[in-house]
Structures are given as C-alpha cells and as structure tokens.
Design a protein around this ligand. Structure first.
Ligand code: TRH
Length: 374
C-alpha cells in the first residue's frame, strides 16, 4: 500500500547521514512505491553525492523524492503516516505538535547507526514512549544478523554487481576518465578519515613490487596527499605508485569504483556496507568516537566477519584493520600479509554476502514494520 513518509536528516558531518537517508528515500520510492519527503538541513553536502540537487532552493523533486530544506524555523506541514528520524536528529517542535493533532498516530521511527555489537538485537524495534507527550517512537537498528533491521540493499544490486564484467567495467572507466586496467597492476580506492596513516600507506605502496594505482576521491585526504607530494596535479607518481585524484562521484558510480578496484579502503557506515556488497577485499576506517567507543564496534564486526576465515587470514585482516585505525603502526609486512590473502578474501566475501542475503534488506524491514502498525 502506498504510504506517505517523512524522513528527517541532519548532517552531523561528512556524507554518511545523507548517504544513508538518500539511499533509503530512493529505495522506498522506486521499489516500494511509497510517497517520500526528505527533509535535509545541508543541501550542499547532499549535492556532493547527488549533483542534480540544487543547494539553493527550498523544494525540489529528484528521482521521484520530494526534497525539502530543513530550516531552523521549520514551517508546519501535515505529517506523513510514517516518520523517520534519522540518527536521533530530533524532529522539529512544530512537527511533533502536528503529530499530536493526528487522530491516527503516525509510525515514528528513530533509525539508528549501524553496529555489529551483540546488544543491537535486544534493542532493535523497541518502543520508547515520549516522556511528556502521548507519542511513541521505535528504535530501529540496522545490522548484520537476524533480529536486526538488516542493511540497505537495492533489489537489483547483487545482479548488477554480478553483471559487472570486463565490458561494463571498460565503459565505466572511460566515463570516469580512469585508465584502463594493467594486468599486473593493483588498483586500490581510498576513502578514509584524515586521521588514518595515509602517508605511511603511500610510502609502503610506492615500494611495492608491482605497480599500484591509488584512486582517491576529492576531499581532505586527497588534499593532504597532494600537499605531501607538493603537487597540484590530479596525477602523481612515486616509485611503483600512481595516485589519481578524482572528483567525488555520484553514489551509484562510487559503487562501480568499488567493484573495479582490487582493494577498497572505506570508512564510516555507508561506504563500509557498499564495500561488502562489492565483495572485493576492503579495509574499514571506522568513524572515531569519544572515549574510543568505536573500538568495540570495530571488533564486534571483525568477530562476525572473520568467523569462517582461517586463523591466518583472520589475523591478517584484524592486524591490517587495527593498524589502519591507529592501534599500532602499519608497515610493509602487515600490508603484504593482508594483500597475500586477496583471492581467498574475495572468495570469503562472496560467502559473507550470501549470508547477509538471508536477511531482509533495511528498507523492506521498515516498510513491513510500518505496515504492521498502520
Ligand atoms: O562520510 P562518512 O564518513 O559518514 C560518516 C558515517 O556515516 C558515520 O557513521 C557518521 O557518524 C558520520 O558520517 C556523521 O562515510 P560513509 O558513511 O561511508 O558515507 C559516505 C557517503 O558518500 C556514502 O553514501 C558513499 C558516498 N560517496 C559518494 O557518493 N561518492 C564518492 O566519491 C565517495 C567517496 C563516497
């Protein structure tokens, strides 16, 4: 049944908040034929991942999704039947007041950040009555296991991934002005926080025994690499390493970049999940949290992800990921050890995806949840 949805998104920093909300909004619209309004406070960040977004206008419709600028003074609107408050962003007061006026209570969902920690299954889908008002919201947790809300995954994603053969890749590389593949080269994409040991990685890669192409989307890390090379050009070479800085890509193109690289360095939440659907080996730079809370999250994921790996492969992954997140210094031996598991890791990732596919995707879980309550 077609329902009206309001998704509220505040950009805390970076692109993950809008990345997730935009993906959800599109999937609700295209696959579930829902009517979706996306309220976002930072259209400029949105425009980075969706260049068709005009950051200067109040309302626009893109890919069938109504997009409204969430301004400090929120103009009262008729609430939708399903309300998503992304990442505890807190709904505007006038909107909450309007919710109270509804005869039939809308379904109010707080969509949480992704975590592999075991407590998630206990807290997923728990109702939380408002402390003062006669309203209830539900905490909805994405996750990797049964008993969570699942992960964002478009219906045709795996099919498209599997169809990404040489010819499609060739067309993609041409379109993106990326060089053709060299048979003995290792191709790596790099998307990480500026706290990651990028200079060290560059040094390691430049001493590689085979040529390496490091593809870096524009941003702080690309800038620091250019400063390191004292170079203003998008193409830099150092020993075996060529670094190519590319424009920030549209979300669906970024998927294809992940599919076309041998190893992907990803970060945060959404690119981390996309790398998993991409099935190539990946290294996760987790979003750093206060009091090092992110280490628990990182280790919880590693625990799940490595369970079916050989001890050697699990140790290689753990060591590389720990170093990349700053637990100890990364060196050539650690990188080479990780890289030596490239093929078995790609195989492992296929099985990992098979396991993830047993779960409902997050958007379908949300639709089902809302429908059961309306
Ligand atoms: O940008 P991020 O660091 O976002 C983070 C995380 O979500 C984190 O959990 C959250 O607390 C913090 O934001 C506020 O990383 P993430 O999650 O990978 O989001 C990046 C988005 O940008 C993702 O949707 C993919 C997209 N992207 C493109 O569309 N084009 C690109 O070229 C690149 C590199 C990324």
């Amino acid at each position: 049944m077609q329902r009206r949805w309001d998704i509220f998104c505040r950009v805390v920093d970076n692109f993950g908040d809008i990345g997730v909300c935009w993906r959800l909004a599109r999937q609700l619209t295209h696959e579930h034929h829902q009517s979706v309004r996306l309220w976002i406070d930072d259209l400029a960040s949105f425009a980075c991942i969706t260049p068709t977004v005009d950051p200067n206008i109040q309302y626009q419709v893109i890919h069938g999704v109504e997009i409204g600028r969430w301004q400090e003074v929120f103009i009262a609107v008729e609430p939708a039947e399903v309300v998503i408050e992304a990442f505890a962003c807190e709904l505007p007061e006038v909107y909450v007041a309007a919710l109270l006026q509804k005869i039939k209570q809308p379904v109010w969902i707080n969509l949480e950040y992704l975590s592999a920690e075991p407590w998630v299954t206990q807290y997923h889908a728990l109702p939380s009555p408002h402390p003062r008002l006669s309203l209830t919201k539900t905490f909805f947790f994405p996750g990797f296991v049964q008993g969570t809300g699942g992960l964002l995954r478009e219906r045709d994603l795996i099919g498209q991934r599997e169809a990404f053969g040489m010819a499609v890749e060739h067309a993609f590389l041409q379109r993106q002005d990326l060089p053709e593949r060299n048979s003995d080269e290792i191709r790596i994409s790099l998307f990480c926080y500026d706290t990651a040991p990028v200079e060290k990685l560059i040094q390691i890669l430049s001493e590689s025994t085979v040529p390496v192409l490091l593809v870096v989307p524009k941003g702080k890390v690309a800038e620091s690499i250019m400063a390191f090379f004292a170079c203003e050009s998008a193409l830099m070479t150092h020993g075996q390493l060529t670094v190519q800085v590319i424009p920030f890509m549209e979300q669906t193109d970024y998927d294809r970049l992940l599919w076309s690289c041998d190893v992907n360095f990803v970060r945060g939440e959404d690119s981390f999940v996309r790398a998993q659907w991409g099935m190539n080996p990946f290294v996760w730079n987790i979003y750093p949290q206060t009091e090092s809370a992110h280490w628990k999250k990182l280790d919880a994921f590693l625990e799940l992800y490595t369970v079916d790996m050989s001890m050697e492969m699990a140790a290689a992954v753990r060591e590389m990921w720990h170093c990349w997140n700053g637990r100890s210094e990364v060196n050539s031996a650690i990188w080479m050890n990780f890289l030596s598991f490239r093929k078995p890791l790609a195989y492992h990732n296929k099985n990992w995806v098979k396991q993830l596919l047993k779960q409902n995707d997050l958007t379908s879980s949300l639709v089902q949840f809302a429908e059961n309550r309306l």
